[in-house]
Design a protein around this ligand. Sequence first.
Ligand code: AMP
Length: 484
Amino acid sequence: MNAHPKHECGIFGIFGHPNAAEITYYGLYALQHRGQESAGIVTSDGDTAPFLVHKGMGLVSQVFDESRLKKIKGHRAVGHVRYSTTGSSTITNAQPLTVDCARGQIAICHNGNLVNANVLRNELEAKGSIFQTTVDSEIVLHLLAQPDASAEDHALVSAVRRVEGAFSLLIMSNTEIIAVRDPQGFRPLCIGRLEDSYVFASETCAFDLIGAKYLRDVEPGEIVIADARGLRSIPASGPVRRKAFCIFEYVYFSRPDSVIAGRTVSEVRKRMGHELARLHPVEADIVIPVPDSGNYAAEGYAEASGIVFEQAFVRNHYIGRTFLQPTQLIRDFGVRVKLNLIKDMVKDKRVVVVDDSIVRGTTARARVVNLREAGAREVHIRVSCPPHRFACFYGIDFPDPKKLIANQMTKMEIARYLGADSIGYLDVPSMISATGLKPDHFCVACFTGDYPVPFDPRLDKLVLEQRTGRSNSLAPAENHPSLL
Ligand code: AMP
């Protein structure tokens, strides 16, 4: 039913809790919006005890039940929810991925997209690596597992240095859980505390559900290690990279109740609505959101414009994934089943409809048809981000640019195609200013085509060091002088 299956993922980890699996289950539950294709949890009791794994296709609530959770007992766990469109929505590609190698057992969860995956995979395969999945995350696992990758205490750092692109990772070994964010910090990852244990999650909404305290975000380029001694951090060093947090996390992806870089997402969305009202004012009778994605921006638009806010679209929250595919008998069934319009609210009114984004234009077009049929006098579309004109290579699934309506049409043409009286998008500076952060904090490539990390990167010339021995620890030694 989802117009755009999400390529995003959600990751969660906990170190040092007797009910690690259960807590991870709840954490993933809160992160379900980041991926609905598969879910998985791997637990460990440390030392040589084998990792316990359960993964399955579907929602967290479908994949796990009480008896399954009981079978994966352990004091630490990592978990993942995934949705991908790359023709590989199979159980084999479900995460966490695990391997038992010379370094011991390793499990990995990845959110993001590596831009040099092909190069690295070819190279690893040429050296004899056998891949079991078609996901780029497995490359990191192979790099970590390589017995001769480097001196033992370099395993993680050298692996992380070789991958390019977007990666928020949780890596579990026999002795620790390690959280890593790429040097640009494309995707979110935060740290929390639950009683005596440390927790990691893509978004803070996961901490709220389990009653954990949000400590801070993992910094771009930072490596945070939770082990029996507590928590330690290896701050980013090495070549200075510009930050490139995905602004679309604020616009659409993250949950409104999450806090990213100290800003609550719903607040940022409201301010985007304020900016939108300032940039594109219009005489109208009511402001309505396209729920749920347009809710907060519409509220902001109404607040700043003084126009009455109404919830005219009613969302059906109970559309399961097993729902029958749109029937031919009813026109626009697929979009109608999700939202219904309260016709009396819009009849003879001049309506401002606010949504977070227009990708292909299918949703917006169907909404305008609904509004016209219900007798709306004028329909003005307002969008709380700029026009999407470029593909994302860092983990968000935007279609082929030819399918992005703003790549193919001017704003005037889009308004005509959608059947709207006017259309107004936020511009890049106003979108950024709504976050209260600086422009160099963000990746806005899907709007501007200015890609912070090239997707045909140079080959890494790293000379691999000889392996000096087996170690369960992937983390660099604390006293190592040149870790990054
Ligand atoms: P459309 O213009 O019909 O292609 O869809 C636009 C709607 O899809 C927006 O209102 C968003 O709420 C939602 N959306 C935007 N980007 C994505 C994405 N990458 N994955 C899933 N949904 C998205």
